[in-house]
Design a protein around this ligand. Structure first.
Ligand code: VGL
Ligand code: ZN
Length: 206
């Protein structure tokens, strides 16, 4: 059985938001359309406390884009974003949330980031997403949302290692591209690791 995972379709990743993903709002109507083809839909939600260690402003003398060491892991520093209970953390107002069975918050521990919807970046804690999918007999996982080169990428990588047949719906994703080529490299790495890239039209036509 197939599940659709909507990754971080939140105001802060949409133009005008804290980490504005170029053309990020373009995924909203496509994600809504795609949902018509799925009976099992979940969403991830970046959900940080205000003192989160991934925010540049929480490190004296550091700037956005700097890389620090955090709990033994490399951590990119971001603008403050998706702070719990703020407007920026809300799902885009145009996103149809009526069929979402469960929302998986991530990045809730101030001392570790979580790009994947399955685990934090150190693979220390599970969000429960893998168990939820397995308990509901899901074997295929289709992933779309924001951002291709961060949360979509790491969600797809964990989906593969959790043993799900994994598809990234390429046209229903947009990337941050801190460096030019990040999106292309992310998609290439995913394919090399066994992830399929698929177009929404292919799904809508079947
Ligand atoms: C994301 C950077 C920081 C994402 C989340 O959703 O791709 N990127 N937090
Ligand atoms: Zn974040």
């Amino acid at each position: 059985m197939k599940a659709l995972v909507l990754v971080d379709i939140q105001n802060d990743f949409i133009p005008g938001g804290a980490i504005a993903v170029k053309d990020g709002d373009a995924v909203v109507p496509l994600a809504n359309k795609l949902q018509e083809k799925f009976d099992f839909i979940v969403a991830t939600q970046d959900w940080h406390p205000a003192d989160h260690a991934s925010f540049a402003k929480n490190h004296k003398g550091k700037s956005i884009g700097d890389v620090i060491e955090l709990g033994g892991l490399q951590q990119v520093l971001w603008p403050a974003h998706c702070v719990q209970e703020t407007e920026g953390a809300k799902f885009h107002a145009g996103l149809d949330c009526s069929k979402i069975k469960k929302v998986f918050p991530k990045g809730t521990d101030s001392q570790i980031d979580s790009y994947s919807g399955f685990y934090d970046n150190g693979h220390r804690k599970s969000t429960g997403l893998a168990e939820f999918l397995r308990n509901n007999k899901m074997s295929q996982v289709f992933i779309c949302g924001l951002a291709t080169d961060y949360c979509v990428k790491f969600t797809a990588l964990d989906s593969l290692t959790e043993g799900f047949e994994t598809f990234v719906v390429e046209d229903v994703c947009r990337g941050v591209e801190l460096k030019p080529g990040d999106v292309e490299n992310a998609l290439k790495e995913l394919q090399e690791k066994g992830c399929s890239l698929i177009n929404s039209q292919t799904i809508l036509n079947t």
